[in-house]
Design a protein around this ligand. Structure first.
Ligand SMILES: [Zn+2]
Length: 312
């Protein structure tokens, strides 16, 4: 009940400010830099393409490094360094991308991964004490959940929340599957579907922000260091610009007070907006479309014949 009251007061207070309806967005990329081979582009070419799209639009973003994906080797560390040198922020996303909620991983093991990643990335230009939870899962037992909260506070690190979650990773694996089957496959359907997906999620999360907080919060977008973004990030940035959204850097977005909230839930995680809604017992109409893994988009690609019907 106390939460509901606080929520209403919050919403009313901020609703009175007309400047509250002005949408901004920060770009963040997880799991990079990735040295794994993909069709069409080398790891270096993917990294260069991502940085070129950001540079073209004067966007300052953040890269959340998963050390074991490449930055633990000199050639991978060079790719991460290029982000810092280009003025982007570098944050922490563990070494092996373990799932904190898994029974097989202990709090101590998870914290050791954060520290091991930090020991390497803190040497890079652009380093920030920002931690992005893997799978956006913040612990499903009191020990893990509260243990990570106090660990991050002790280390002076922030929970680098996501507000605008996407399933770019699923569309990326569909794209890779199609290209592995047919190296000369037409990638146009993936571009169309991906951009439509980003628009749908952006509008849905904007709506949820207004319902929860009575205003447009600066959104923090989660994308990944992958092929689909190496190919279409330029288009994605252009899409948000065409929607009238202003692109800001992640550090500016994180200054908004919503990014200091800690929704009280047994197993917090996912988008901060989803987590806040769950802590309030609020469930919007389009809930499933926020939480699915791009299922409708995958079904559409199958209908178009862009991916085999057996793709999961
Ligand atoms: Zn990740």
């Amino acid at each position: 009940m106390r939460h509901r009251l606080a929520f209403c007061v919050l919403a009313m207070g901020i609703c009175s400010n007309s400047a509250a309806f002005s949408q901004s967005l920060a770009f963040t990329f997880d799991d990079g830099p990735k040295l794994k081979e993909t069709p069409l582009m080398s790891p270096q070419a993917r990294n260069t393409a991502l940085l070129a799209a950001l540079e073209k639009h004067h966007v300052k973003a953040a890269l959340f490094v998963t050390l074991g994906n490449g930055a633990d080797r000199p050639e991978g560390l060079a790719l991460a360094k290029a982000w810092g040198e280009a003025g982007h922020a570098i944050g922490n996303h563990t070494v092996t991308h373990p799932d904190l909620n898994a029974k097989t991983i202990t709090l101590k093991q998870y914290q050791d991964e954060v520290q091991a990643c930090d020991a390497v990335i803190r040497t890079l230009p652009g380093y920030r004490p920002w931690f992005r939870f893997t799978f956006l899962r913040e612990g499903d037992t009191p020990e893990k959940r509260d243990g990570m909260k106090s660990f991050l506070k002790t280390k002076g690190m922030r929970n680098a929340y996501v507000s605008l979650d996407t399933s770019d990773w699923r569309l990326d694996s569909a794209l890779a599957a199609a290209l592995n089957d047919h190296p000369a496959a037409d990638i146009t359907p993936f571009r169309t579907t991906y951009l439509a997906h980003l628009r749908q999620r952006a509008e849905a999360y904007r709506d949820l922000s207004r319902r929860l907080f009575g205003r447009d919060i600066p959104q923090v977008l989660l994308l990944h260091h992958n092929l689909i973004n190496a190919l279409f990030l330029d288009d994605a940035i252009q899409l948000f610009k065409s929607m009238g959204w202003t692109i800001i850097d992640p550090g500016t977005a994180f200054q908004d007070f919503v990014y200091t909230l800690e929704p009280q839930r047994p197993a917090p995680g996912q988008s901060l907006l989803i987590s806040a809604a769950r802590s309030l017992g609020y469930r919007p109409e389009n809930w499933e479309r926020l939480l699915d893994d791009g299922d409708q988009e995958i079904a559409e690609l199958k209908r178009k014949g862009a991916i085999p019907v057996s793709f999961e």
